[in-house]
Ligand binder design. Sequence first.
Ligand SMILES: [Zn+2]
Length: 120
Amino acid sequence: MHEASIALSLIDVASEVLREHGAARASALTVRVGAWSSVVPEALTAAFPACAAGTPLEGARLSVVTVPGVGECPVHGRVTLDVKRGLRCPACGAPTPTLLAGDELELDEIELAEPDREDL
Ligand SMILES: [Zn+2]
C-alpha cells in the first residue's frame, strides 16, 4: 500500500535522527503533508503503528499537519489554493501552474522519549 511505504520511509528518516541524537526511542513525531501531495493523512496514521512495530518508533504518536497549497497569481501574488478548484487563483481564477507549497511530505518534529535516568 502507498501509505505503508511512506510510513516506512518516514520511520527510516526518524530512526536516523534518533541515532544522531543518541536516543533509543521516540514518543511522538509530526509529519507535514501537503494538501496537494497524494498522501491521505488518515491512511498514513492508520498504517503507521504496524509499520513502526519492532523499530525505535514503536508506540510513538504520529501527528499529521496538513499544509495548504500555495500558488502565485500574476495579480494577487501568493495565494492559498483550494484543492477543489485546482491550480487557479481563488480570487480571480487566473492559472497558478507553479505550486510554491503544498506538495511536501516531510518529517517536521520528533519528540524523543525520556531516557532512563540511571545517572541520577
Ligand atoms: Zn488572482
